[in-house]
Design a binder for this molecule. Structure first.
Ligand SMILES: CC(C)(COP(=O)(O)OP(=O)(O)OC[C@H]1O[C@@H](n2cnc3c(N)ncnc32)[C@H](O)[C@@H]1OP(=O)(O)O)[C@@H](O)C(=O)NCCC(=O)NCCS
Length: 143
């Protein structure tokens, strides 16, 4: 797995997905993921919040060289989630962490593990990611 430039964008490839930079036109597709209470619980986003989520992560591509990417299914060419490294301010300090969300109909086939592994293999070591956060009630995020 390698992080490389394609058409001026960072692109990371896993077996069944590619991860590319998020942009404003991803809002509707991403809304199907993070607007879904099955995925997000009580943190399900409105479409406006999803647009804000994209805007929030976009500067990371140039500031850090990585951020949260759109996860695109290779076979359908369709956005099915997000995955990448998030910078969070926690208890006054900052840290990089792994984050991912996958559209509900794509759960249960190993795509999230594969994408997260690709991120860890390429940028995780460089950023010294030592943490991951998930909804406590979501056992699949922990195991
Ligand atoms: C976290 C999340 C992406 C995990 O989804 P997932 O489908 O459980 O994870 P994977 O895509 O890695 O799939 C793993 C499952 O596929 C199965 N599987 C089927 N085919 C597989 C294959 N070829 N390779 C690997 N696993 C496969 C595994 O056995 C496993 O099943 P199990 O959960 O019954 O044990 C999803 O639950 C989600 O979006 N949750 C909400 C957001 C969240 O908590 N994010 C995490 C931290 S920010």
């Amino acid at each position: 797995m390698t992080l490389r430039q394609r058409a001026g964008q960072q692109v990371l490839e896993a077996e069944r997905t590619i991860m590319r930079e998020l942009n404003a036109s991803d809002a509707d597709g991403l809304q199907e993921v993070i607007g879904d209470p099955h995925v997000m619980g009580n943190q399900a986003r409105t479409i406006e919040q999803t647009r804000g989520w994209i805007r929030y992560h976009m500067p990371g591509y140039t500031e850090h060289g990585f951020a949260l990417w759109a996860v695109i299914a290779k076979d359908r060419g369709e956005l099915i989630g997000d995955c990448g490294i998030l910078y969070r301010t926690i208890a006054g300090g900052g840290e990089f962490g792994l984050g991912y969300h996958l559209r509900r109909d794509c759960w249960g086939c190993g795509i999230a593990t594969e994408a997260a592994q690709a991120v860890c293999d390429t940028v995780g070591t460089a950023t010294r990611v030592t943490s991951g956060r998930c909804h406590a009630a979501h056992q699949h995020s922990i195991t």
